[in-house]
Design a protein around this ligand. Structure first.
Ligand code: NAI
Length: 250
């Protein structure tokens, strides 16, 4: 097989069992990386691992809850055991629990914060220790959202978590630059996945009406930005937020 830009590198993609995460895992594998995908559904993970293996790449699935410290530490350990190193982390696992602020339950606030924000912190801390020891730098890419930049009615919890993720991205970029670990965020707009399939038709139409490109994006279009940020061409980029949103937010 010919030389690929990410040959010899090892990536972890959380929430890689479907949607944007699965598309990211495929793009990184196409570029030559060995990929570890995590998620909660063992059967779905197995399917993604089989697809990645079909691309001729080494892949491994780990059932892990992004909000659990034990699971995050175990995920990084499993990656090191299987592939001896870790070079790229994509914090993609995310959930929504939408409700108007006035009716939002404490549990809905807490769970969205735990998975989207605490999970990214736990994974960042765990991989950073490994990357610092390796002394070969690294890339951390956080999947945030347009909602984190502009807010979204009915998503106070999600908007706060995704805005928090942007703050985490910038603080981590400053702290970790010393070890050549680059930290960036990608903020998708409206992308066709199971998450948006749950949107009521009216909300979807209202969003489409505001979209300059007049269409929903694909998971692959988000993955292309992550692929770029994981590669050598992005060596002078850290602490930035890249919007992939058809012009929804400028
Ligand atoms: P999805 O619902 O299709 O997939 C989410 C993935 O995260 C799944 O693989 C799921 O298993 C995993 N996941 C959820 N909770 C988890 C947990 N506790 N532990 C481990 N894995 C968990 O969602 P989609 O659309 O692919 O979203 C991926 C990321 O992109 C999320 O962070 C989401 O917030 C973000 N995003 C999505 C947009 C969209 O329009 N679809 C827009 C902006 C951001």
């Amino acid at each position: 097989m010919s030389h690929q830009p990410l040959d010899g590198r090892v990536a972890i993609v959380t929430g890689g069992s479907r949607g944007i995460g699965a598309a990211i895992a495929a793009a990184l594998a196409e570029d030559g990386a060995a990929v570890v995908v995590s998620g909660r559904d063992a059967a779905r993970l197995e399917r993604v691992v089989a697809e990645l293996t079909d691309l001729g790449r080494a892949a491994h699935g780990v059932v892990a809850d992004a909000a659990s410290r034990e699971d995050c530490d175990r995920l990084v350990e499993a990656t090191k055991q299987r592939f001896s190193r870790v070079d790229i982390l994509v914090n993609n696992a995310g959930i929504t629990r939408d409700e108007l602020l006035i009716r939002m339950k404490d549990e809905d606030w807490d769970r969205v914060m735990e998975v989207n924000l605490r999970g990214a912190f736990l994974m960042t801390r765990a991989v950073t220790k490994a990357m610092v020891r390796q002394k070969t730098g690294g890339r951390i890419i956080n999947i945030t959202s347009t909602a984190g930049a502009m807010g979204n009615a009915g998503q106070a919890n999600y908007s706060a978590a995704k805005a928090g993720l942007i703050g985490l991205t910038k603080a981590a970029a400053r702290e970790l630059a010393h070890w050549s670990i680059l930290v960036n965020a990608v903020a998708p707009g409206l992308i066709e996945t199971d998450m948006t399939a749950a949107l009521p038709a009216k909300a979807r139409e209202a969003l489409l009406a505001q979209l300059p490109l007049k269409r929903i994006g694909t998971a692959r279009e988000v993955a292309e930005m992550v692929r770029f940020l994981a590669g050598d061409g992005a060596a002078y980029i850290t602490g930035q937020v890249f919007h992939v949103n058809g012009g929804l937010y400028m």
